[in-house]
Design a protein around this ligand. Structure first.
Ligand SMILES: Nc1ncnc2c1ncn2[C@@H]1O[C@H](COP(=O)(O)OP(=O)(O)OP(=O)(O)O)[C@@H](O)[C@H]1O
Ligand SMILES: [Mg+2]
Length: 302
């Protein structure tokens, strides 16, 4: 019994060593978010004092419960929301509004229904000024990469949900933005298709090392995909942990270390979701590793 507990504790501790606090020098960051705050017109404080630096080629997952400001943060990055405080910079340049260096993808594939899969991609390439004779070959390269070969001439209504999402991903990759922003892109897919899309996105990221900021409220998904997982909490929306995931890729959902990390991350999220007044005391220090900086610190005053 004791031996079993000790073995479990050792497994748990080694899994958590794979989660380490991220430290990124703002001067070397591709994306730099400083003291970002956003208050909507209805006075809801969606974001409060968010500081986040993302290196080129990182896959950063923003993770947190509904209403913690994940989408607002992503929209601020995309330039669709003008934050009421703080700054967002890309390559040292402050952003004001959308730009061709960023592309935002949602749950809906947002394909033009009257254009074929290839047509949707070549249209986007034309809009980015890619010469006509390059468009078709480039579209077909990315159609192949998302495993849609044979469906180049299909219209969106002839595709399944997962295939539409793959077409949308092919279009996003073909236009080659410096930063890809994804807001719960697989949220509406069934479980099996979702796992397939996660594996596909991971393999594409491993090939291209594109800088990706990916929003999800699915802990397993964040740990499966992210080189970093940024935990957010609501009321006000804020970053409470920024952790690097040192689990080699490709990863598998079945990996026991991933399951163990997910358990820990869920515990952290629960801890930060509870309002101050109802906070259990003491915070779950016992359940945290002896080394590393994963202990919850006191909640910021509001
Ligand atoms: N256009 C808006 N006007 C007013 N309040 C808004 C608006 N958009 C979002 N909010 C509020 O801001 C807060 C953060 O919303 P946001 O959509 O960023 O959360 P989220 O983490 O993406 O949630 P979800 O996981 O449900 O998508 C919420 O309290 C929400 O009600
Ligand atoms: Mg959202």
């Amino acid at each position: 019994m004791v031996r079993a507990l000790l073995a479990r504790w050792k497994k748990w501790r080694s899994s958590l060593r794979l989660l380490q606090p991220a430290h990124v020098d703002p001067g070397r960051a591709k994306i730099s978010i400083a003291q970002l705050g956003h208050r909507y017109a209805n006075k809801v404080v969606a974001l409060h004092d968010v500081n986040l630096n993302v290196r080129t080629g990182e896959f950063v997952c923003l993770l947190g419960p509904s209403g913690c400001g994940k989408s607002t943060l992503l929209f601020a990055l995309a330039g669709h929301v003008e934050p009421t405080g703080g700054t967002v910079s890309i390559d040292g340049k402050r952003i004001h509004g959308p730009g061709p260096d960023r592309l935002l993808m949602f749950q809906e594939a947002a394909l033009f229904p009257w254009l074929t899969v290839r047509g949707n991609i070549t249209f986007a390439l034309a809009a980015r000024g890619i010469p006509r004779d390059e468009r078709r070959a480039r579209a077909d390269t990315f159609i192949r990469r998302v495993q849609l070969t044979g469906f180049e001439d299909s219209l969106p209504h002839q595709l399944s949900g997962g295939m539409k999402m793959r077409a949308s991903l092919a279009r996003a990759l073909a236009v080659d933005p410096a930063v890809l922003l994804m807001d719960e892109p697989f949220g509406s897919l069934d479980a099996q298709t979702r796992v397939h899309m996660q594996e596909l996105l991971q393999s594409i990221w491993m090939r291209t090392a594109k800088t990706i900021v990916f929003v999800t409220h699915d802990v397993q998904e964040a740990l499966m995909l992210g080189t970093r997982v940024v935990l957010m909490a609501p009321r006000p929306g804020r970053v409470v942990r920024d952790l690097e995931v040192h689990l080699p890729m490709p990863r598998s959902m079945e990996d026991a270390r991933l399951t163990e990390m997910a358990r820990h991350v869920r515990r952290l999220l629960r801890h930060f979701e509870v309002p101050d007044s109802e906070h259990p005391t003491p915070p779950p220090r016992r359940a945290l590793p002896a080394r590393g900086l994963l202990r919850p610190s006191p909640l910021p005053s509001r």
